[in-house]
Design a binder for this molecule. Structure first.
Ligand SMILES: [Zn+2]
Ligand SMILES: [Zn+2]
Length: 1006
């Protein structure tokens, strides 16, 4: 073991050790055969469409933590990778790569076959990056068993879920208003519309216009919109039935709008002279007709009036909000969800004259060929011409844009395929309710999202995706769904080409003969929403047998944005598949975002994205893992600051490393044998002392609380336990209490030293095991270099150890309480010392502790330690402040009913001992700096430039100093003289002193 903790080197060595000995594979194989139970797992597949950043790495760490922990608890977890390969993001990237601007260009210039090949290539590029991250992080995920959502066997099983939906009548085609991205030329699911960052501030028209009441001269409805193009598809006006409406006289005209809106709207329009002439309830307006103004330029609108009596009439709807705009809402069922429902329930025809690029078709008359949003200006102009425009301004507001391409979304009624998840919503909610989400707020967010219960539009008008397996007869419209390749080939009218796969264009070329009419059946040329691909994974990635054994899985964790994504689609598809109100996962931890050090979202545009591989080249994986888990609770957003890695997280791991090294060196020197020198033997020989008993008791609580916090996914609190055990219990408290006992090679006290080693063996090894799910490299390194060195019968890897359990026989609550009293009294002494500027190393003659009986009893039982830790010669106890303490020459400190008084007077003896300890400490530091092992014995130690007085003071303490610094001879010199020695400058109080060390036969070793 190197003298310093050098994690990057250590991790490289351990990585090689794991690879060479196939540790990961052996572990999985062993647990598969020997376990106390199986905990299913299905990987939330990363989309292979981007370089993994540190936020992704945080997610990997949380997955691996659970795997290692549960494995050590004796479970078998099929911790197998999975990759999400298809979908729009991949297509868009490849389009860019191939230099095509849109889908039409893509199909014309590139062709589907070539495109599919390119998509596969793009995916593999990112796959490499992800595998590298896992390798660096030490994530023990099995990549050999990965699933790929684009593979035929996966798609076939995904189809089987669709078949279940089809059979239950939950998969159907229909017109429906979907959010459509004109850039990507595909519809988006409602979940996608709600993605973070999808809403952006955009500028839109803000338009007041009038529709004239049919058969009236100067009466109008006043209406407002931000999307003038929707007037082209307008078919009705809606008012709220119970709200009060007013007729307002403006010049010679009368306008109808909600009464409560009259004043603000008039003010906005800058109309000062107006008068309410009449009021009425909304319901009195029902059925009122209005003159649709564009019948001349959109002739189809005139046809619509003939088709249904409600076209261009007022309808009553509760969703009308009379607190904004005019309270009269124009209805365009082809372009709005609420409008669509309003029309559908009345049987009013849906008018949606758009093509795939959201350009108006010839049914839109004059507007034919115009892109929807580009028609806005033309509509305003036409209103103006007809004298119907009241005001045309613009406004900035939040409007949903495409989460990939940031085009403004357009709501369109389209013919799509839907999973009617709205019909199984109560089952879905019931299933979700049984899941453990660990934290309230992510749970509430998820449940309230699920309550929306909208149908799920699963069809996409794209290429690189799992094909929708529905064929439709051209003649009679009969549809059939196939659920396997076998079935497909059996039905095919012609044998497919050799390179056939379950993708476009190959599947598109397959036609069936209609069983009903003998006509030709063609595939409905959609692909599936990529979220449907990944949502199928609990079924599609396994065989039937594995599915039975592993699902519902034990635990999943993904980033918070998967609330609307994977967490949702997994649940929906599983309820469809099983027909049960059951979730495919028992627990789901949603992690917060990872942001930059200043709390800003990581984004390409800000240039603040930290790639995981680059970061892990530079920083230790263990330190990284500890840091991201320790920093904040999992659902919080994590402000990742690389500078913080080298502070506390490094310090904690480095301390554990040094403690282990300290233990290894000392115990080896004394011939400690863990098989022989056990806690039991130490106990039998009465060599265990109170510090050992205290530490052994403390560690039981650490095991218990730490394990409990891992179970509740409070990783930050769990690690606080480990941090305390290392920094406080071991490093700050226990080791200082026993260090002196280890600092000798006296054979008479060997038994005592072995007892300390058996305590440290137990405690440090336990801590090393507890650390393994967090810092697998450090744990393995310590396991191999410390514990397996001392006991070769231990398992080959730390991962094969059993998870520590609290040993009730080692708990000693009374002892812990006594030590608590001791430590708080010691710190009172320290603060008293501080107020008199007396270093801790300087011995003092006496102190008085004034405290209640219980405290005094505790301190008396630990008096030796009290004197040693406070560095005071004598202690007296009292119930009340004793008379003999004068105000001068004493300092005191008090807390919680305990007061300590400290005699600050130091005679020659105390001064001499203090100086000796100061110097000894400097020699110790120098020993370390020069690379001597703590066990090395020095031949000569020279100390020079001391004044005569100090030399005198030191004389009586030379023997003690020799023992402390492990030296045979100490030479105190006034001058440095001509010794030819290698002097090292040091500081004693205000003075410079010089120290030199000579050890024959022993070269300083680094
Ligand atoms: Zn888009
Ligand atoms: Zn047919």
């Amino acid at each position: 073991m190197t003298a310093d903790y050098r994690p990057l080197e250590l991790e490289k060595e351990i990585r090689e050790f794991w690879e060479k000995n196939r540790v990961q594979q052996k572990l999985a194989l062993f647990k598969e055969k020997n376990n106390n139970g199986v905990l299913g797992y299905v990987e939330g597949p990363p989309t292979l469409n981007g370089i993994p950043h540190v936020g992704h790495a945080r997610g990997r760490v949380m997955k691996d933590l659970r795997y290692r922990w549960k494995t050590m608890q004796g479970y078998y977890v099929p911790f197998w990778a999975g990759w999400d390969c298809q979908g729009l993001p991949v297509e868009l990237e490849v389009e860019k790569l191939l230099g095509v601007k849109n889908k039409r260009e893509l199909l014309e210039k590139v062709g589907m076959e070539h495109f599919i090949q390119e998509c596969k290539k793009a995916v593999m590029k990112y796959h490499k990056e992800w595998v590298a991250v896992d390798g660096r992080l030490g994530v023990f995920m099995d990549h050999g068993k990965a699933y790929w959502t684009y593979k035929d066997e996966y798609i076939e099983r995904e189809w089987q879920i669709l078949k279940r939906a089809w059979d239950q009548g939950l998969l159907e085609e229909g017109y429906y208003v979907v959010a459509y991205c004109p850039g990507c030329q595909t519809s988006l699911s409602s979940a996608e519309v709600g993605y973070e960052g999808a809403y952006q501030v955009v500028e839109d028209p803000s338009l007041y216009f009038k529709f004239k009441l049919a058969g009236r001269r100067d009466e109008y409805f006043l209406v407002w919109t931000t999307m003038p193009f929707t007037l082209i598809t307008d078919t009705m006006l809606a008012v709220h039935p119970e709200a009060e409406y007013a007729k307002v006289k403006v010049n010679e005209e009368k306008w109808i709008l909600a009464k409560s809106r009259v004043q603000p709207v008039m003010q906005e329009l800058g109309i000062e002279e107006y008068e309410i002439t009449e009021t009425m309830l909304g319901k009195n307006l029902e059925g009122t007709g209005y003159d649709y103004p564009f019948k001349d330029i959109v002739p189809e609108q005139a046809e619509l009036e003939k088709k249904h009596p409600l076209v261009h009439k007022v309808i009553l709807e509760d969703f009308v909000d009379v607190n904004t705009a005019t309270g009269v809402v124009h209805q365009s069922p082809g372009n709005g969800e609420e409008d669509f429902f309003a029309a559908q329930k009345r049987g009013v025809p849906i008018f949606a004259p758009f093509d795939d690029e959201v350009k108006f078709t010839k049914e839109a008359g004059l507007f034919n060929g115009k892109f929807a949003r580009d028609a806005d200006a033309a509509v305003v102009e036409e209103l103006q011409k007809r004298g119907l425009l009241v005001s045309a301004e613009t406004l900035k507001h939040e409007y949903p844009t495409c989460w990939r391409s940031h085009h403004k979304l357009v709501w369109l009624a389209r013919k799509e395929y839907f999973l009617r998840t709205d019909r199984i919503n109560s089952k879905v909610l019931e299933a979700a309710d049984r899941v453990n989400y660990f934290y309230e707020s992510p749970r509430n967010r998820f449940i309230s999202f699920l309550k929306e219960g909208k149908p799920w539009c699963i069809s996409r008008e794209r290429v690189w995706g799992a094909p929708l397996p529905i064929w439709k007869c051209k003649e009679c419209g009969t549809k059939t769904l196939v659920a396997s390749k076998k079935e497909l080939l059996a039905k095919a009218r012609e044998k497919p080409q050799a390179d056939f796969e379950l993708h476009r264009p190959w599947v598109d070329r397959i036609t069936f003969k209609c069983e009903k009419c003998g006509g030709v059946m063609h595939r409905e040329d959609f692909v599936l929403d990529a979220w449907h691909n990944s949502g199928a994974s609990p079924y599609a990635r396994f065989t039937d047998e594995e599915f039975r054994n592993y699902v519902p899985v034990d635990y999943l964790t993904e980033a918070m944005d998967q609330t609307r994504g994977w967490a949702n689609t997994l649940l929906l598809e599983y309820v469809i598949l099983t027909g049960k109100a059951e979730s495919p996962y028992k627990a789901f931890l949603l992690q917060g975002l990872t942001q930059d050090a200043r709390g800003r979202k990581m984004s390409k545009s800000l240039g603040n994205v930290i790639e995981a591989n680059k970061a892990l080249e530079k920083y230790s994986s263990d330190v990284f893992r500890f840091y991201v888990l320790r920093k904040c609770p999992p659902p919080d957003s994590n402000d990742f600051d690389p500078q913080e890695l080298s502070r506390r997280p490094y310090q904690v791991l480095s301390t554990l490393y040094h403690l282990s090294r300290f233990f290894a060196q000392n115990s080896e020197f004394d011939g400690f044998d863990p098989e022989k020198h056990t806690l039991q033997s130490a106990k039998r020989e009465k060599q265990l002392k109170s510090p050992d008993l205290w530490l052994l008791s403390r560690i039981q609580q650490t095991i218990e609380t730490y394990t409990e916090k891992l179970g509740t996914c409070e990783f930050n609190l769990a690690l606080a336990q480990l941090e305390d055990a290392v920094i406080e219990d071991l490093s700050r408290l226990y080791v200082p209490m026993v260090r002196k006992e280890l600092w000798t090679d006296d054979q008479e006290t060997l038994g005592r030293r072995l007892a300390v080693y058996s305590t440290l063996w137990y405690v440090l090894k336990t801590i090393t095991l507890l650390f393994n799910p967090v810092t697998p490299y450090l744990s393995e390194a310590l396991y191999q270099n410390v514990y397996r060195q001392l006991d070769s019968s231990l398992p080959e890897t730390v991962n094969l150890e059993n998870w520590p359990r609290p040993d009730e026989g080692l708990r000693n609550k009374a002892m812990e309480d006594d030590f608590q009293t001791l430590f708080s009294t010691v710190s009172l002494v320290y603060s008293a010392r501080q107020s008199a500027k007396l270093k801790r190393r300087w011995p003092l003659s006496r102190m008085v502790v004034v405290a209640p009986e219980k405290t005094r009893e505790a301190l008396k039982s630990l008096e030796g330690l009290l004197l040693e830790l406070t560095n005071v010669k004598v202690v007296e106890y009292a119930e009340m402040t004793p008379q003999h303490i004068p105000e001068e020459g004493w300092v005191s400190a008090a807390e919680n009913g305990t007061q300590v008084f400290l005699d600050v007077h130091r005679d020659q003896k105390l001064l001499g001992e203090g100086a000796m300890r100061d110097l000894a400490r400097r020699v110790q530091a120098l020993r370390k700096e020069l690379g001597y092992m703590p066990t090395d014995i020095l031949d000569d130690v020279y100390m020079a430039e001391l004044d005569n007085e100090t030399v005198q003071l030191l004389q009586p303490y030379l023997q003690e100093m020799k023992e402390l610094i492990r030296a045979r001879n100490i030479h105190l010199l006034v001058d440095r003289g001509e010794t030819g020695t290698d002097w090292h400058e040091s500081q004693l109080d205000e003075r410079k002193v010089y120290i030199a060390i000579r050890a024959q036969n022993k070269k300083p070793s680094i």
